[in-house]
Design a protein around this ligand. Structure first.
Ligand SMILES: Cc1cc2nc3c(=O)[nH]c(=O)nc-3n(C[C@H](O)[C@H](O)[C@H](O)COP(=O)(O)OP(=O)(O)OC[C@H]3O[C@@H](n4cnc5c(N)ncnc54)[C@H](O)[C@@H]3O)c2cc1C
Length: 323
């Protein structure tokens, strides 16, 4: 059952920031993640601050320099369907389309997708795990078939978002408004790994709101793709996924970003795979080298060794799809 809380619906960003900064306040965008967390007692809230009345958080539009601005309240359906995104930032359109189910994509927003809480069954269940202030990550020695193989350390969650890896691959920037003003961070630095702080997933401070995501102008000859493997075809979180963004010059890879999904607590950039691609033609051998590089250094737990092979396969497949 949902606990009692006060519900407020500000109509300006300034008012939303002021309300969000109050102790016990929680932001509500589409509510598809927040309400489940409140109902299951994963989070508590005295006040739920709906962002739905804040018009400046809406919209998808070209920027003056040829990039694209996506308001935090843009739904996943809008992101997946936007011609601006489908044409030049295909990995993002594919990531948004691969998330959840049609109903959830109609209701869920890009901001909420990036700020959603982890899906770890210990975190979401009745376990006082490290991420909830306890001293144990129960996945380390427990049921860990869906947990991470990179970057685990004190907590072994995987980042649940399908749009985040695509946005990191596309070098997007997050814009934030808060009690101390506005700031911007590369999306790559927006997510907090457990080694830094295992009690939160983003750099957002109390009262801060993710207002928009900005994509830079596309590189010359941009190509990008998002591939995801899941247990069920209908809807499911990624067992493993990858976003690859490349630019080509004379048939050779001039720049590459490879970001893994579903295998690390944050979207996991594989610099080794990127190095294996840059300066090379997009051949079967190049794709195989990138795939091997992407899987190197994985540290699987007792039940999730299969993810290493998935990473290898999905990276090879994604790179070849761009040839
Ligand atoms: C059954 C199911 C299956 C799913 N499958 C997938 C999947 O395969 N892939 C995937 O990527 N996702 C999946 N999801 C997650 C889903 O995409 C998210 O629930 C949704 O994107 C969240 O958006 P929302 O607007 O509803 O967020 P909300 O529920 O409103 O908010 C989520 C969290 O983000 C915070 N928040 C929201 N907006 C902002 C903002 N602008 N600034 C700061 N904080 C903010 C809220 O306080 C809350 O903590 C699934 C969810 C469900 C329920």
């Amino acid at each position: 059952m949902l606990p009692n809380f006060t519900y407020v619906r500000p109509s300006s960003l300034d008012e939303a920031v002021r309300l969000a900064g109050a102790p016990g306040a929680r932001l509500h965008a589409g509510g598809t993640d927040l309400l489940g967390c409140l109902r299951d007692g994963v989070l508590a809230a005295d006040t739920v601050v709906s962002l739905q009345g804040v018009q400046e958080l809406r919209g998808i539009a070209a920027t003056a320099d040829g990039g694209v601005r996506i308001g935090a309240l843009a739904t996943l359906t809008e992101v997946a369907a936007s011609p601006l995104i489908r044409d030049a930032y295909r990995a993002l359109a594919e990531g948004a389309a691969a998330a959840a189910s049609p109903q959830l994509r109609n209701q869920g927003t890009l901001g909420g997708n990036l700020c959603q809480r982890p899906r770890c069954w210990y975190f979401r269940g009745d376990f006082h795990c490290a991420r909830k202030g306890g001293d144990t990550c129960f996945a380390a020695a427990g049921e860990n078939q869906y947990h991470c193989i990179f970057g685990g350390e004190t907590c072994f969650i995987v980042h649940p978002s399908d749009t985040a890896p695509a946005l990191v691959a596309l070098a997007a920037q997050a814009r934030i408004a808060g009690p101390s003003g506005r700031r911007a961070v590369p999306l790559e630095s927006f997510f907090v790994p457990p080694a830094k702080d295992f009690t939160r997933e983003t750099v957002l401070e109390p009262g801060e709101i993710l207002t928009e995501v900005v994509l830079p102008p596309p590189a010359a000859a941009p190509r990008s793709v998002y591939r995801k493997v899941r247990a069920r075809g209908a809807w499911d979180f990624a067992l493993a996924g990858v976003a690859v963004a490349l630019s080509l010059r004379n048939g050779t890879v001039a720049a590459a970003r490879v970001v893994l999904a579903g295998v690390a607590p944050v979207p996991w950039r594989s610099v080794a795979a990127e190095r294996a691609l840059v300066g090379q033609k997009l051949t079967v051998a190049t794709a195989a080298r990138a795939a091997t590089a992407a899987a190197a250094g994985a540290a699987p737990l007792s039940e999730n060794g299969y993810k290493v092979a998935l990473v290898r396969g999905i990276v090879e497949e994604a790179v070849l799809s761009l040839a």
